[in-house]
Write a protein that binds this ligand. Structure first.
Ligand code: PGA
Length: 250
């Protein structure tokens, strides 16, 4: 199974634009043969999906680590699950940059799986130094973000490798398929160490960071990623559709 996941971030501006993206994503999911399509819209647009999204997976971009409480601006996994959501992104670098720690993420992940959500856990190094310390950085981040994640819930985990230097408008460059392949192996080894071979080999490992309709296939074909986490290109329906259709054919 291949995963094509759109992280809409804080886009688009209006409900009308969001509705167009929703319709497009539902159609893509209906026609996908070998892949699972998931979209993660901003909170105000989650209601556009409820009950009528067919095969499309729908996720939130964050969740809190308690069921309810005085937490202005937050939402809990219990609430997301009760809306019929299937996924939640946790540990995105843009959230980590706002102060979220590995410990917070680990607590959020453990609670999210309890409510049946699949966690899309993001990890990735900030920069690429010559000394290859980034392998250690990613291994540490992944391990610490999964403390307390129940081995029995391995089916509810997706890991997205997102090198921070390759994300968003200020990206230095997209990662190469080789950068991706090396890190997919490292992540896979770490998952096997944490969860054992059966679970460790089953967790999908995706690539994310400046993925577009031109480079998307290379991360799957040459980088051996099990799919893609797409930011900017996921709110451009034509680009997202091309990426999803191409990935489905590989
Ligand atoms: P980008 O974002 O595709 O716009 O680089 C990826 C992400 O942050 O998930």
């Amino acid at each position: 199974m291949r995963y094509i996941i759109g992280n809409w971030k804080m886009f688009p501006k209006t409900k009308e634009e969001a509705k167009v993206l929703v319709r497009g994503a539902v159609k893509l999911a209906r026609n996908a043969r070998r892949s699972r399509i998931v979209v993660c819209p901003p909170m105000p647009f989650l209601g556009l999906f409820t009950g009528k999204h067919g095969k499309l997976g729908v996720g939130a971009q964050n969740a809190w680590f308690e069921d309810e409480g005085a937490r202005t601006g937050e939402s809990s996994p219990a609430m997301l699950a009760s809306l019929g959501l299937t996924h939640v992104i946790l540990g995105h670098s843009e959230r980590r940059a706002m102060g979220e720690t590995n410990q917070d993420i680990a607590k959020k992940a453990a609670l999210a799986v309890k409510y049946g959500l699949t966690v899309i856990l993001c990890v990735g190094e900030k920069t690429r130094e010559e000394d290859a310390g980034y392998f250690y950085e990613v291994e540490q981040e992944l391990t610490a973000s999964l403390v307390g994640f129940p081995k029995a819930k391995g089916k509810q985990l997706i890991v997205a490798y997102e090198p921070i230097w390759a994300i968003g408008k200020n990206a230095v460059r997209p990662a190469t398929p080789k950068d991706t392949e090396e890190m997919v192996i490292l992540i896979r080894k770490t998952l096997v160490k944490l969860f054992g071979r059966t679970v460790g080999f089953r967790v999908p490992v995706l690539y994310g960071g400046s993925v577009d309709e031109k480079n998307s296939g290379t991360y799957i074909r040459e980088g051996h990623a099990d799919g893609l986490l797409i930011g900017r290109a996921s709110v451009d329906l034509a680009k997202f559709s091309t990426i999803a259709r191409d990935a489905d054919r590989i």
